[in-house]
Design a protein around this ligand. Structure first.
Ligand SMILES: [Zn+2]
Length: 341
């Protein structure tokens, strides 16, 4: 299986992160890339640099207002007297029923959901290359590869059409799914990250052509809190095309694989032409977030179960944070997927 990745994706290097009111080092570190590259190579994958695809595939799922905001916000923020080195807003609209402000501080609050996604001089470029890695993997699958892996970093599944959040700027999985739609009439996205893929759900919530399925730690007391509950099923013509499978905290391989069985069954019933796997590795028992207890061999079994769908598959990296087994977990997943496919 080919891996797609560009060096520019490492330049985004967020410093700050607020958790329960405390400032901590941001967990979405460039070092993740090295671990994931090693894991990909250990699975026998070859690394390929994506082409630059411009804004077209990104603009297919994100609003022009948001893309313009991300393009210029770093310079605009720096022009404010006394502003921080990274763009981190602290005022947000509690509802989207007010006005769109003209200034940098207000727009940052409007387009950024939380403090986990600081924007520096390198962020926009890194996020573009991350999205282009997803596009390149998608192109490989559309050209006949049974599967391809996009080493997307920064990750994407918490990004909505016009909101960054949770370390994410452009929604790489959504960009891949939308690209697949050029030739596939129906596409499923299966999100196995520890956290609910709220941005992905939001982008496709009213659409019946992209099924969104997410397995994650129960958001009642876990990020992203406001989405990911079992009663969120889609809206308008998209009603019935979103499935959330929240898991009790610390659930392990058995519980995860049982829920995955439901996910696979729903995807089969949707009869898609292609699949996007939003591959978070933070459900791991040793991940610093500590939300679920999936083991390294569990990732191989998860991959085998997904491969049974026998669909052209784009695997898009989402979360998974620094711990000794991060690379091994990717190796286990990619090896398990290829072995079963
Ligand atoms: Zn996550």
């Amino acid at each position: 299986m080919k891996t797609f990745y560009a060096e520019e994706q490492k330049r985004h290097d967020p410093k700050a992160f607020l958790s329960m009111g405390m400032q901590k080092p941001n967990p979405e570190q460039p070092e993740r890339v090295e671990r994931l590259l090693a894991g990909s190579r250990a699975a026998g994958s070859t690394i390929h640099r994506p082409a630059s695809y411009g804004l077209t595939p990104i603009a297919a799922v994100h609003t022009p207002e948001y893309i313009e905001f991300l393009t210029h916000i770093f310079e605009r923020w720096q022009r404010m007297e006394g502003a921080s080195a990274e763009v981190i807003p602290n005022v947000h609209p509690f509802a989207r029923n007010g006005s769109y402000p003209a200034g940098a501080a207000g727009q940052a609050g409007y387009h950024m959901a939380d403090t986990a996604c600081p924007i520096s001089a390198e962020t926009f470029d890194s996020a573009c290359w991350s999205a282009w890695s997803a596009v390149a993997a998608t192109e490989a699958v559309m050209s006949g590869e049974p599967a391809a892996y996009a080493l997307c970093r920064p990750p994407g599944h918490h990004a909505f059409a016009d909101v960054a959040g949770g370390f994410c700027f452009f929604n790489n999985s959504a960009i891949a799914a939308q690209r697949l739609r050029a030739t596939a009439s129906r596409v499923a996205i299966l999100d196995v990250d520890l956290h609910h893929g709220n941005g992905t759900q939001g982008i496709f919530y009213a659409r019946p052509d992209v099924l969104t399925v997410s397995l994650h730690a129960d958001p009642s007391r876990f990020y992203p809190f406001f989405w990911g509950h079992a009663d969120e099923r889609g809206e308008a013509t998209g009603l019935g095309y979103n499935l959330n499978l929240p898991l009790a905290r610390k659930s392990g391989d058995t519980e995860f694989l049982e829920a995955l069985g439901h996910a696979v069954s729903r995807i089969r019933a949707f009869a898609p032409d292609a699949l996007v796997v939003a591959l978070g590795l933070d459900a791991f028992e040793g991940d610093p977030f500590g939300g679920l207890s999936v083991t390294t061999s569990g990732f191989a079994r998860i991959a085998e179960a997904i491969a049974q769908l026998r669909l052209p598959t784009v695997i898009v990296q989402e979360g998974g944070y620094l711990c000794d087994a991060l690379g091994d977990n990717l190796t286990a997943f990619l090896t398990g997927f290829s072995g079963a496919n």
